[in-house]
Design a protein around this ligand. Structure first.
Ligand code: PMT
Length: 409
């Protein structure tokens, strides 16, 4: 990531059951080498003890401005902070922040700081959907704070819905994205974005398949950032690492290129933007054996598998759109330079062949992309623009791509 230097990060914690997950947020930052100051509310300490936060952050913890008054802690911490992350933020804390209250150490620090503020809410669905909470969220966003969308899922009771705290790993990734690139704009509000991610698996028999190294990280990062830029997101996921579901996204799991093509065809008409970050196998076995192929003499099948070409999903999408400007179609190109051309030149030729609106070319020759947290390359537009994307986290690359595309959506 661009910001490798250690930063001073304030982690604010308010009083909800999800406060226990704040421990992993603190851990996530300290493990990356950042200095963390935890500021819980009094009620947060009903859920997690002060000692836990002190041990994890290696710093003393205060809840009130009346502790160590001579140090004027809220001023000191607020002024020194590079980033303030609040996780979880309850409905009450959102209301207090929206009103500009300064009635404890956390709200006073937020009023004091000039650092970016990232807020990860957690509460029951009814409280999240309540017009009062939504108005507070809108106000905080207007004032330049990044209020992340909550996850959809199991809440404290048996109910399920939006309001669950994002996974600590998602909060850390998104907070660091805001730290290096600024507040996330809501420029995709009202838009529907489909992202394909991961690799397809083409069955040889019930046990074996042809696959590839895609982890789904780049596709999921795009989906995650799009969701926090306001989009309604669908992820069509082939094989991926175990990655948390992007906030509010619908994830449809598929195996093969044919499955992926079918799902995307069904979703096509609803989308404003389709981004093909998946690594789709170009070929598949002509016949997927119904029973396991045995190795050893007399089983030639395993030594010679007849292949046939898979459909080119991206080309099919461009063809289907034919006229009109929606959906905007973005392809990816995993390229390596060779004696014939550089990775960028191969990418340019691929853009012309595929006919999509944008193509993100990533050079995968140094084993620096598949499964890794960073990426680099170029974003090419059909109109001839070239945006160089220096090596950075896949979340930063996702944001650069989405901001370019959002201008046309
Ligand atoms: O998942 P990660 O570990 O984070 O790695 C990310 C990535 C390297 C997989 C990703 O950034 C990437 O480059 N994805 C596209 C990889 C690829 O298959 O490139 P390609 O040059 O083979 O395909 C070009 C485009 O056509 C892609 O948008 C692909 O989705 C699409 N395609 C390819 C073949 C096919 N049969 N149908 C397609 O739609």
């Amino acid at each position: 990531m661009a910001h490798t230097a250690a930063k001073r990060i304030v982690v604010g914690v308010s009083g909800g059951i999800a406060a226990y997950k704040a421990c992993h947020v603190v851990r996530g930052f300290t493990e990356l080498g950042h200095e963390v100051q935890v500021i819980p509310t009094e009620n947060a300490l009903r859920f997690v003890g002060k000692a836990t936060f002190e041990a994890l952050s290696h710093n003393p913890v205060f809840t009130s401005v009346y502790e160590e008054v001579d140090q004027v802690r809220h001023v000191q911490v607020g002024q020194r902070a590079d980033l303030v992350v609040i996780a979880p933020a309850t409905a009450d804390l959102l209301a207090r922040l929206a009103q500009g209250r300064a009635n404890d150490m956390l709200t006073s620090t937020v009023l004091m700081t000039g650092a970016p503020v990232v807020i990860a809410p957690a509460m029951h669905t009814e409280m999240w959907n309540n017009p009062a909470t939504q108005a507070n969220v809108a106000l905080l966003r207007d004032r330049g704070m990044t209020v992340l969308e909550p996850a959809h899922g199991r809440l404290t009771g048996s109910d399920t819905g939006p309001g669950r705290l994002l996974d600590p790993e998602q909060i850390v990734d998104l907070a660091l994205l805001v730290l290096s690139t600024g507040m996330l704009p809501r420029t995709l509000a009202g838009k529907r974005v489909l992202v394909s991610a991961g690799g397809t698996r083409e069955a040889i028999d019930p046990v074996r398949f042809i696959g590839n190294h895609s982890s789904g990280r780049q596709g999921f990062a795009i989906a995650e950032v799009a969701a926090h830029m306001g989009a309604a997101v669908t992820v069509v996921a082939g094989a991926t690492d175990r990655l948390p579901t992007p906030a509010g996204a619908t994830v449809i799991a598929v195996d093969s290129a044919n499955d992926m093509q079918q799902v995307i065809a069904d979703e096509f008409a609803k989308q404003n933007i389709i981004i093909m970050a998946a690594a789709v196998a170009d070929v598949r076995p002509k016949i997927a054996a119904a029973t396991k192929l045995k190795k050893g003499s007399g089983t030639a099948d395993l030594q010679q598998i007849d292949l046939c070409e898979n459909p080119d999903i991206l080309r099919g999408l461009v063809k289907r759109r034919a006229t009109g400007s929606q959906p905007i179609i973005v392809g990816f190109a995993a390229e390596t330079g060779d004696t014939a051309a550089t990775a960028l030149e191969h990418g340019r030729a691929k853009l012309a062949r595929k006919g999509c609106d944008w193509l993100l070319v990533n050079d995968v020759s140094q084993d620096q992309v598949f499964g890794k947290p960073t990426n680099a390359g170029w974003l090419l537009s059909a109109g001839g623009e070239v945006l160089e994307l220096p090596r950075d986290s896949k979340f930063v690359i996702a944001r650069q791509l989405l901001e370019a595309v959002a201008q046309q959506a």
